[in-house]
Design a protein around this ligand. Structure first.
Ligand code: GLU
Ligand code: ZN
Length: 307
């Protein structure tokens, strides 16, 4: 088998909750089961959404849970020059363009889009290949995409999307000069030589866009496995918006045991009293994501803390 390099790429928008822990654990176990390398990348691309101290908090939580990463943590905030270089290469090849559409112009286009008589982005600025002297975003043209773009997800099966009718020319650099997630994720997955991406199913929808970018840039496409989303007892995804609790670090072994159990690895009861490292070793040996195939949601266990 090829060398395995996986990664966990949290956004520092708050502390880890049980859902994000589960993603970290699954990507860690998948990597370790395959004798792979497991990297951590901080997706700190969007300062307005970030919370002071969240990145450090996430890293110390991972450490407390025995989720020790290989190598140095990469921060996307330190990689702007590389993203800019990728964008320039797309612009040079005519695969991206400068868009000066105002929010109002794009909104006026919405009714035609809803009736499906026009693609999501009207194509107004497609010929704009020189930097305009007013604020602009940069969009990738999807004109050349095959219809549809498909990926074979290791858990969710074949997933296809027609980029032309469903997505349109999408933004790779925002008007506020921030780099878009797709662009940065593709650039970094390539740069870090990521062979396997294990992440939440909410990003399945993003994968055809990333795959298309990889094709344009001549990058390899990693294997993808999109994990079911963890929902609370009202059926909502655990997230900051649904007030998911931060995971504690006083009983990591118990919470970790619950994570293995939620991943349907059926850990023996006695394992919950072991160290996080021992629990993860057991998990890496037992790892099989078969029970997650075609599963899109799983219920969060009740996480109670015994003090
Ligand atoms: N930073 C993204 C998130 O926290 C994950 C990105 C990825 O795995 O590609 O949802
Ligand atoms: Zn435009």
């Amino acid at each position: 088998m090829q060398n395995y390099t996986g990664r966990f790429a949290p956004s520092p928008t708050g502390p880890l909750h049980f859902g994000s822990l589960l993603t970290a654990v699954a990507s860690y176990l998948d990597a370790k089961h395959n004798n792979g390398t497991w990297l951590v990348r901080m997706d700190d691309l969007d300062p307005p959404r970030e919370i002071q101290g969240a990145a450090d908090n996430i890293l110390s939580t991972l450490d407390a849970y025995g989720l020790h990463w290989d190598g140095e943590v990469i921060y996307q905030s330190q990689r702007h020059d590389q993203y800019e270089a990728v964008i320039q290469s797309l612009l040079t090849k005519g695969q991206a363009f400068y868009c000066t559409c105002s929010r109002k112009q794009l909104a006026e286009h919405a009714p035609a889009r809803e009736q499906q008589i026009s693609p999501p982005y009207p194509g107004t600025c497609r010929k704009q290949h020189a930097p305009p002297n007013k604020p602009f975003s940069i969009r990738l043209t999807v004109k050349g995409a095959s219809h549809p773009v498909c990926i074979n997800d290791q858990l969710q099966g074949r997933f296809c999307q027609n980029l032309i009718t469903d997505v349109g020319d999408f933004i790779i650099k925002r008007k506020d000069l921030l780099y878009a997630y797709h662009l940065a994720a593709v650039a970094d997955d390539h740069w870090q030589n990521i062979s396997h991406v294990v992440r939440g199913i909410d990003l399945l929808d993003s994968t055809p866009r990333q795959h298309y970018l990889q094709q344009l840039l001549g990058y390899n496409t990693p294997h993808y496995a999109h994990l079911p989303v963890v929902v609370n007892d009202q059926g909502q995804k655990l997230s900051k918006q649904t007030f998911a609790k931060a995971i504690e670090t006083t009983q990591c072994n118990r919470t970790l045991w619950m994570a293995l159990s939620t991943l349907d690895l059926k850990p023996p009861a006695s394992l919950q009293y072991e160290s996080p490292e021992a629990i993860l070793n057991w998990g890496a040996a037992a790892w099989s994501p078969k029970a997650l195939i075609n599963v899109t949601r799983i219920n969060s266990p009740q996480i109670t803390i015994n003090v």
